[in-house]
Design a protein around this ligand. Structure first.
Ligand code: PEP
Ligand code: MG
Length: 576
């Protein structure tokens, strides 16, 4: 039987190729006692290493090609900022003095303290920043110990599958430019920089594969299955043949899909369907014209600013939204107000005291904005002001009850009046809508629909709250099931409420981007999908090859089932 290693697939696709195992040289750090008279000399040596590490990072940034994703540049900037952070600098200098030890040991002890802070965090996004701290610590240690920086050998990359403990931004840039077949890393989570890069580059990739560097040798033949997150090591001929045929049909399908670019999105029985993109990063906005979309159905504003230490001012947001609109060239932009909290948090909240015991249930999204109007008011004003420059919709996340909605609408009205008073232009009829992602809101969807211009179903959270499982907890991820009959009932209620009120209802959670659910959703009456940019063509292909009239009665029967496994079976038949 072929040996396998399992991790988390973070970029869909299959790669076959020889392994190139890449281990980074680790600096050898040991403790040395020094005399008091040597303290200043040791501190100077540490400061010199900090400078050297900064120069290396700036050199990497300078060498980066123009078309490098903005996210990667942001990672390097984050590392540069860390080098200046007192947490690294002052703590280490203090250790040199109080422990009377060499700079390497002082930094090592300070690093242990910093990493422990991240290990103790509940917030999964912030936990991923531990990788960045470790990376910066290692870089300074290498400078202190004169350990040469190991680099991927660019000449060995083409068509290879890279196997590494983790990849630095510099490594990933090389990977992006050298025709790498795929990569698998021991560390990293779906939210880590490695994962973000993989999906940006469209390279099949797996992260979080335990001991992968021990189990695989350079030269081993590998199959990397980014769909299931499995690496097959030295597979037999039958497996190779099976996966080769999958790759062939995948590339044929991709070529076919490209032909759909610019074509209308309409079912076989001539029902037009709206297909928009979800936008999560400045890089997505930059590339918006490359995507086959007619608008943005979800603009996750908090993701744009998440690496910063502060929420941006009204003017900064206004400029950003306005420039996004100019790139969209008349296409609608649905701007979601801040969804900060739980899985999405600003960096500066590291210092904000103890984390909520259960952040997903806590002060996140609109709850937090209503408690902190300084967060909400500038954003509403920025969105309104941007609406003078193109079609904008405002979307409110995580509403749970109508009182909250009334409060938000009051804020919107106040902001409008302020702008009128100061003769600032905005769209008087700017549509305001709600994300329906809390079961209570889905059950009360009629009431929300009666007061709003549109609804959008956020299945990522709706499923989390309906099934009582943390969407970022690996231990319960296997229970996350969009086909749970209760989830389907909630989605159906929202679609029907929108129809009754005569307002559009979109679905912008990951469920909309998964081709497995497209026909089911069409049969449930959904006519507006907002999906990940890389899923646009695939979803359009399914829509254009579906007949709503024949799906409807079959889906009606599916919705009467009360076992998820039976529903799954019937959905498979629907897709056959
Ligand atoms: C959702 O919850 O489905 C959604 C789209 O919002 P987010 O994933 O940003 O919470
Ligand atoms: Mg959500």
């Amino acid at each position: 039987m072929t040996a396998t290693v399992k991790g988390v697939g973070v970029s869909r696709g299959i790669a076959i190729g020889e392994a190139y195992v890449y281990r980074r040289e680790q600096a050898d750090v040991s403790q040395r006692f020094i005399r008091k008279s040597q303290h200043e000399k040791e501190i100077a040596r540490f400061k010199k290493a900090l400078k050297q590490a900064g120069k290396q990072l700036r050199d990497i940034k300078d060498q980066i090609a123009q078309n490098t994703p903005v996210d990667i540049l942001a990672f390097i900037d984050t590392h540069l900022l860390m080098l200046e952070d007192p947490a690294f600098r002052d703590g280490t200098i203090q250790n040199i003095r109080t422990l009377s030890c060499n700079a390497e040991w002082a930094l090592h002890k300070q690093g242990e303290r910093l990493l422990q802070v991240f290990d103790d965090m509940d917030d999964p996004y912030l936990k991923t920043r531990r990788d960045d701290v470790l990376y910066v610590l290692q870089r300074i240690q290498n400078c202190l110990t004169n350990t040469p920086e190991t680099q991927l050998d660019a000449s060995k990359l083409a068509k290879h599958i890279i196997v590494a403990d983790d990849l630095t931004p510099a490594d990933t840039i090389l990977i992006g430019h050298n025709n790498v077949a795929g990569f698998v890393t021991q560390y990293g989570t779906p939210l880590s920089h490695t994962a973000i890069l993989a999906s940006n580059l469209g390279i099949p990739a797996i992260v979080g594969a335990p001991d992968v560097c021990q189990q695989i040798k350079t030269g081993d033949m590998l199959i990397l299955d980014g769909y299931d997150g499995v690496v097959h090591i030295n597979p037999d001929d039958a497996s190779l043949a099976h996966f080769r045929s999958l790759i062939r049909s995948e590339s044929k399908r991709r070529a076919e899909l490209k032909k759909l670019k610019g074509q209308p999105c309409v079912t076989l029985d001539k029902k037009p369907i709206t297909l928009h993109a979800n936008i999560d990063s400045p890089a997505d906005i930059k590339q918006i014209n490359k995507y086959d979309t007619t608008g943005v159905g979800l603009f996750r504003t908090e993701m744009l600013f998440i690496d910063q230490n502060q929420w941006p001012s009204e003017q900064q947001q206004f400029k950003f939204y306005k420039s996004a609109l100019s790139k969209l060239k008349g296409m609608p932009l649905t701007i979601r107000t801040s969804d900060l909290g739980a899985d999405k948090e600003l960096q500066d909240t590291i210092d904000h005291g103890p984390m909520a015991h259960n952040p997903a249930m806590g002060l996140r999204a609109i709850r937090r904005c209503l408690k902190e109007p300084d967060l909400l008011t500038p954003q509403i004003r920025a969105i309104l002001r941007a609406s003078a420059f193109g079609p904008v919709l405002m979307m409110i996340p995580m509403l749970t009850n109508i009182e909250e909605l009334d409060e938000v609408l009051q804020h919107v009205e106040q902001c409008k009046q302020q702008l009128r008073d100061s003769k600032v232009a905005f769209d008087e009829s700017l549509p305001v809508g709600a994300m329906i992602e809390v079961p209570a809101a889905a059950l009360a969807a009629d009431a929300f629909a009666s007061k709003l211009d549109f609804l959008s179903i956020g299945t990522n959270d709706l499923i989390q709250y309906c099934l009582a499982l943390d969407r970022v907890d690996d231990e319960v991820n296997h229970l996350f099931n969009p086909l749970h009959p209760a989830v389907l009932q909630l989605i159906k209620m929202v679609i029907d409420a929108g129809k009754f009120a005569g307002i559009p209802v979109s679905l912008c959670g990951e469920m909309a981007s998964d081709p497995k659910y497209t026909r089911l959703l069409l049969g449930m009456g959904l006519t507006y999908f907002s999906v990940q940019p890389n899923a646009l063509l695939e979803i359009k292909h399914i829509i254009n090859n579906s007949k709503i009239n024949s799906l409807r009665p079959r889906v009606r029967k599916i919705l009467q089932l009360y076992r998820a496994d039976e529903i799954e079976q019937q959905v498979r038949k629907l897709n056959a």
